[in-house]
Structure formats: structure tokens, C-alpha cells
Design a protein around this ligand. Structure first.
Ligand SMILES: Nc1ncnc2c1ncn2[C@@H]1O[C@H](COP(=O)(O)OP(=O)(O)OP(=O)(O)O)[C@@H](O)[C@H]1O
Ligand SMILES: [Mg+2]
Length: 251
């Protein structure tokens, strides 16, 4: 495999995001700078309402930043320059996004839900469903592929959303609280799948989480507070998980 041209899955500088106008204007992201490296599992932590979902939605191209952002590159693509149509296509090919609220389609079976990213890429329905069933098996739901989302527990629905984000083998997986509804065993299974993704070195995983059970899987932990990245810890053999994070993160 050839070396990727850039070591970054995402690079952000001077990113601002506000909601609303006039006196009701809310400045949510304040000059955010952040790097997500290829080959890494990066975790983004911080109190409720500090802007985590807003930031990852901008990286996934589902939300536009304020004008004047200095740099917003995702997989070497300046996504500010893309039209809405181009960004939809870019996302479909390159990003697996796991929403905080799962966003499964209630009228489709699990296999059909997980097939959606492949169908968007033009894979035939039968082949897509076969691949979807394989990935459902990886998340422990191989025997439920014909069920509908409303027949599942919250943790099972979360695993379907994860299968859907993995099925088309995107280079960047972005997830909002992927293990919040999972027990320890299933959380471990999911983190092993994410570690497999990051091991390929030209892919990356970015996880928003409050779940200190999974911090040990991070290569980098970025802490956010009030719309800013306030601390970044790189974790490796010589830089273990900081004590304050070992004891968990409290909102
Ligand atoms: N579409 C929107 N319109 C107006 N305000 C919004 C919108 N989306 C988010 N906000 C506000 O932006 C702030 C950050 O929200 P965000 O969802 O990014 O927080 P978060 O860090 O993901 O929180 P949580 O941990 O609870 O999910 C909040 O004050 C929220 O009310
Ligand atoms: Mg959120």
C-alpha cells in the first residue's frame, strides 16, 4: 500500500459555528483547532452542550461552518469548497457516520438498513444485503437481519447503526457516543472492530464519548469545553492514560 499524502484524516483551524441571528445568536464553536490522524482512534470528550456533535457534524459535512474558517480538510479534501451535491457524494464514499440517535429507517429490516451505504454506491441489492448480513454478524446480530429496528433493544439498534457505518469500509468513521447503550462485552466487540479499522493506517476513527470504559482504546483524547478544544492527550507506551481520565469523565 502506498503511503497516504497527508498523515491527517481531518485538519481544522479557526473553525467557528453559530446558530441563530441577532440577540438569539449562539456562538457554539469558537476558533476550534483539531487534528485527527490516520491510523488513530481519536476520542472527543467534554460536558453536555459544549459543541461535540456540532463539531463532528461539520467534519462529516452535514452542517456548514460560519464563513471565514481557516482550514477544514477531511481526507485531504477542502470540504468548504464542495457543493452540497459533491459533499453528499464525498460523505457516501468516505465517511461512516454513527448518529447519537442511531437514525435507523423503521420500515426497513436490519439487513436493508445496513445495505443503504452500499446501495448509494451502486452495489447491487443482493450483494449489498449479503455484505450487510456479514457485518451484522460481526456486531453480534447475524441472526436478526430480518428484524425491524423497533423490535430491538437500544443497544442492539446501536450495533446496527455501527454495522451501517462500517459496511462500505469508509476511510473515516465518525461516531457520536457509539457505546453509550452497550454492555461491557458488546462495547469491547465494537472497540475491536474500530481498532481493526485504525490498524490499516490509512483509515481513522473519531469517537465522541462519555464512556471512560473505552478510553484505554484511544490513541488521542481531545477535551472540549464551551466550544473550544482545551486539552489534547496523545496516548502511547510512554504516555499512558492520565490519572484524571482513568477515573472517568463526569458531565
Ligand atoms: N440546530 C441548532 N440550533 C440552535 N442551537 C443548536 C443547534 N444544534 C446545537 N445547538 C446548540 O449548540 C450547543 C452545542 O450542542 P451540541 O449538540 O454540539 O452539544 P454536545 O457537546 O454534543 O452535547 P451532548 O453531550 O449533550 O450531546 C448547545 O447549546 C445546543 O443547544
Ligand atoms: Mg452530542
Amino acid at each position: 500500500m502506498s503511503e497516504p499524502a497527508s498523515p491527517y484524516a481531518a485538519r481544522v483551524r479557526g473553525l467557528n459555528k453559530s446558530f441563530g441571528d441577532g440577540s438569539s445568536r449562539l456562538h457554539v464553536l469558537k476558533d476550534v483547532a483539531m487534528d485527527v490522524k490516520l491510523g488513530d482512534i481519536t476520542m472527543l470528550i467534554g460536558p453536555s452542550g459544549c459543541g461535540k456533535t456540532t463539531l463532528i457534524s461539520i467534519l462529516a459535512g452535514t452542517l456548514k461552518p460560519d464563513s471565514g474558517t481557516q482550514e477544514l480538510s477531511v481526507l485531504e479534501q477542502d470540504i468548504q469548497k464542495l457543493s452540497t451535491g459533491q459533499i453528499t457524494k464525498f460523505r457516501a464514499q468516505n465517511i461512516g457516520f454513527i448518529f447519537q440517535s442511531f437514525n435507523l429507517i423503521p420500515t426497513l429490516s436490519l439487513a436493508e438498513n445496513v445495505s443503504v451505504p452500499l446501495l448509494i454506491q451502486g452495489v447491487g441489492a443482493r450483494k449489498a444485503e449479503q455484505k450487510a448480513r456479514e457485518v451484522l454478524a460481526l456486531v453480534g446480530l447475524g441472526d436478526r437481519s430480518k428484524s425491524r429496528p423497533n423490535q430491538l433493544s437500544g443497544g442492539q439498534q446501536q450495533r446496527v447503526a455501527i454495522a451501517r457505518a462500517l459496511v462500505h469500509e469508509p476511510r473515516l468513521i465518525i461516531c457520536d457516543e457509539p457505546t453509550a447503550a452497550l454492555d461491557a462485552k458488546n462495547g469491547q466487540v465494537i472497540m475491536e472492530l474500530f481498532e481493526n479499522v485504525a490498524r490499516s493506517k490509512d483509515r481513522a476513527v473519531l469517537i465522541v464519548t462519555h464512556d471512560n470504559r473505552i478510553f484505554a482504546h484511544a490513541n488521542r483524547i481531545a477535551s472540549m469545553d464551551d466550544g473550544r478544544i482545551v486539552e489534547v492527550h496523545d496516548i502511547d507506551a510512554s504516555h499512558p492514560l492520565p490519572e484524571n481520565l482513568k477515573h472517568g469523565f463526569h458531565q
